[in-house]
Design a protein around this ligand. Structure first.
Ligand code: NDP
Length: 287
């Protein structure tokens, strides 16, 4: 028989995860604050626990997917975690994850933190490419690897319990930067007779074409040589910034998303980084 799983938290994400374990034939015990969401899984084979404590007692592997760290506190408060393998997929900060790991160990549990890089429709759909970052106990990750990969891919990023959250936030932060750039691009054409649907594929293809620059950035950071492989120097790029700011002004578009980045580029140039790539900006951000 497949290992049994306890699932605490049946929101959009928890329910999606739970369904995949049920479909794969894992005995699953569920608990949710609002009981109707647990009852909804009974036809698929879930066993419903009356309390979080009973759910925790039902399986060695206890997966938690609640709204936030405060909810985790509330739900696990009256549970006996001794000997449990606690896998917490609740989004948190690195500091919260580290504190939770210490807390879990003090309660007698082994601990693995997760950061979900997927939305619920991607769960149980391997070709959608979603996965979960895991960090904390490597032994725990290895022990439950087969079970954890049932809903979605797994990527282990280290013993530091905060690293899953850190990787999660790093990737999403980069995503927001990309969305910010796309927002500015769409704003530039907003008042013109240009179909946003005509710009979209051009924009998407351009962003994809620029993506390899990320590997060059990493290579420069590792070597410490920010001129390595440089194609467009910082000096050249700073010289181009008035074109971007003037175009924004001409189109009646606020430069507020672009300006902070340009300001950093200028500061690095003023410090003597003219022959470098854009990588020196990173050093200006790290306080
Ligand atoms: P939902 O809002 O759909 O569900 C929240 C869950 O938390 C519900 O089970 C809710 O119970 C429970 N909950 C909230 N507060 C408490 C509390 N004080 N005590 C007990 N239970 C509580 O959120 P999701 O399922 O979408 O998200 C869950 C986690 O997954 C979050 O940390 C989220 O950041 C993360 N995540 C979600 C993604 C998404 O696209 N949905 C993507 C990546 C990560 P009740 O049913 O009673 O309200």
């Amino acid at each position: 028989e497949k290992p049994s799983v306890t699932m605490l938290g049946l929101g959009a994400m928890g329910t999606a995860l739970a369904r995949t374990w049920l479909a794969a034939g894992h005995p699953l015990t569920v608990w949710n604050r609002t009981p109707a969401r647990a009852a909804a899984l009974v036809p698929e084979g879930a066993r419903v626990a009356d309390t979080a404590a009973q759910a925790v007692a039902a399986s060695t592997l206890v997966v938690v997917c609640l709204l936030d760290d405060t909810a985790v506190d509330e739900v696990l408060a009256d549970t006996d975690l001794v000997g449990r393998d606690l896998v917490n997929l609740t989004t948190s900060t690195p500091a919260q994850a580290r504190a939770r790991a210490t807390w879990a160990r003090s309660r007698g549990a082994r601990y693995l933190a997760g950061g979900i890089m997927a939305v619920p429709p991607m769960i149980g759909v391997p070709e959608a490419g979603g996965y979960v970052f895991y960090s904390g106990s490597r032994a725990l990750f290895e022990r439950h690897r087969e079970t954890l990969r049932v809903p979605v891919g797994t990527t282990y990023v280290g013993e530091d319990a905060g690293f899953a959250a850190l990787h999660d936030v790093a990737l999403l932060s980069a995503m927001y930067g990309m969305f910010a750039g796309a927002a500015h691009a769409f704003a530039l054409i907003r008042r013109e007779d240009i179909d946003p649907a005509a710009l979209a594929p051009l924009l998407a293809d351009w962003l994809v074409a620029m993506i390899p620059a990320i590997h060059q950035t990493a290579d420069q950071l590792r070597s410490g040589d920010y001129t390595r492989g440089v194609v467009s120097t910082l000096a050249m790029q700073v010289a181009g910034t008035p074109t971007f700011l003037s175009t924004a002004e001409q189109q009646g578009v606020s430069p507020e998303l672009l300006s902070p980045y340009f300001d950093l580029m200028r500061r690095r140039l003023a410090e003597g980084g003219g022959e470098e790539d854009l990588t020196g900006v990173i050093d200006l951000l790290v306080r």
